[in-house]
Design a protein around this ligand. Structure first.
Ligand SMILES: CC[C@@H](C(=O)O)C(=O)SCCNC(=O)CCNC(=O)[C@H](O)C(C)(C)COP(=O)(O)OP(=O)(O)OC[C@H]1O[C@@H](n2cnc3c(N)ncnc32)[C@H](O)[C@@H]1OP(=O)(O)O
Length: 352
């Protein structure tokens, strides 16, 4: 605005000064000088404005980037202080390609994350581990999101880590770094302000079984199974699936499932509280439609409220009581007097 006013004045000035015609030379020289001074000032101001705008944009960019990095650090478990070398393990994982992790975000606030490596029963290649981290970052930055369904391509969920990769990184340093990398990603996944569902079709084995526990709910199709096969691989869960399983089914049942590498079919999963429901269809498209319908009962409504619901529950699930209560207070503050709250006060619904 300011710069356009100045340009206008500068354009008008010589014309005005020439109107009288009484002392043309002197007037011309004065007008030229004034014009020059104005031109110089204008240039200075434009340069200053451009500099200020660039600086403001840069500051804004830095603030957003810092906020994101801090948010990721806050939501993650491991950083350099824990001997975790993210860039080292990422570089390593990038060497083992295959498959992909696909994300589709829908206008209704629901996202579908597809584990896509059907040739290997959707086992996680190195690049898929890195892609999962990227997709989680994308979901963290999706402010309209309310729900998430994770499923596998080709009618099966996931058979864990790609054993070809496991073999290549079987030394202790790589193993620890991969473990911390996946724990960070799955912890951030679990803490997303989205209500998440693992749709288990076919097999969820090893790391695949662990991934299901990072979701709020599990739905199973007829004939599917969840199996923590780690013991048979001479391992224990390392992606956080052991700790989360204890919180879902209790320590006794977790010990049974891990200790026997037991096959958990839909009925047993339901009775243990590991699965919320058994779907009617085991056909890929129909099962996904059923999962959407099931999830939509929790995601209908304004995003701000649904996300607040998930945040309150996540705090209650993870934090000691006093910290959870304080967090609940803060989250309450984000919805109290908000649009949905004010509209409800006008509507005064009866909750019959
Ligand atoms: C820390 C590591 C730990 C973790 O992350 O927590 C792990 O996850 S370790 C991996 C644990 N998973 C396994 O050990 C699964 C091993 N695979 C199987 O038991 C079976 O393949 C199956 C998943 C039960 C499927 O059996 P089936 O339906 O009979 O199919 P195929 O066996 O013919 O499998 C097709 C094809 O896929 C390959 N495959 C399957 N899983 C993996 C895997 N995890 N890594 C690498 N490759 C895998 C399988 O070998 C077949 O390939 P081809 O032999 O070339 O046909």
């Amino acid at each position: 605005m300011a710069s356009s006013h100045f340009s206008l004045a500068w354009l008008l000035l010589p014309h005005r000064m020439n109107q009288g015609n009484s002392a043309p030379k002197a007037a011309n020289s004065v007008s030229n000088n004034i014009a020059k001074i104005l031109e110089q000032r204008l240039c200075c101001m434009q340069a200053k404005l451009t500099r200020e705008m660039a600086l403001a944009l840069w500051k804004n960019f830095l603030q957003i980037t810092m906020k994101r990095i801090l948010q990721q650090r806050r939501l993650s478990l491991y950083n350099g202080a824990h001997g975790y070398e993210e860039e080292v393990i990422k570089k390593k994982l990038q060497q083992f390609s295959g498959g992909s992790i696909n994300l589709s975000k829908e206008d209704n606030g629901m996202a579908i994350l597809t584990l896509n490596n059907p040739k290997l029963m959707n086992a996680f290649s190195g690049t898929m581990m890195v892609e999962l981290q990227e997709r989680v970052t994308e979901l963290e930055n999706w402010k309209d999101g309310k729900g998430l369904i994770i499923h596998g391509a080709g009618n099966t969920f996931c058979s864990g880590s790609d054993l070809n990769v496991v073999k290549e990184i079987s030394n202790s340093q790589d193993g620890m770094n991969m473990c911390m990398f996946m724990q960070n990603t799955l912890t951030r996944l679990m803490r997303l302000p989205l209500i998440s569902v693992a749709l288990v079709q076919g097999k969820a084995f090893g790391g695949g079984a662990e991934l299901t526990t990072a979701c709020d709910f599990r739905l199973m199709t007829p004939g599917s199974e969840i199996r923590f096969v780690h013991k048979h691989m001479g391992l224990v869960p390392g992606w956080g699936g052991g700790a989360r399983l204890v919180r879902i089914v209790g320590s006794g049942a977790a010990l049974q499932l891990l200790g026997a590498a037991a096959r958990v079919e839909p009925e047993r999963a339901r009775s243990l509280g590991l699965s919320e429901a058994t779907l009617l269809s085991s056909e890929e498209t129909r099962a996904l439609a059923e999962a959407r319908a099931w999830l939509s009962q929790y995601t209908e409504g304004p995003a701000a409220v649904i996300r607040a619901v998930k945040k309150v529950v996540a705090a209650g699930r993870e934090l000691p009581l006093e910290a959870a209560l304080r967090t609940e207070k803060d989250i309450f503050g984000t919805v109290w007097g908000g649009p949905a709250n004010l509209q409800a006060l006008v509507r005064r619904p009866k909750h019959k």
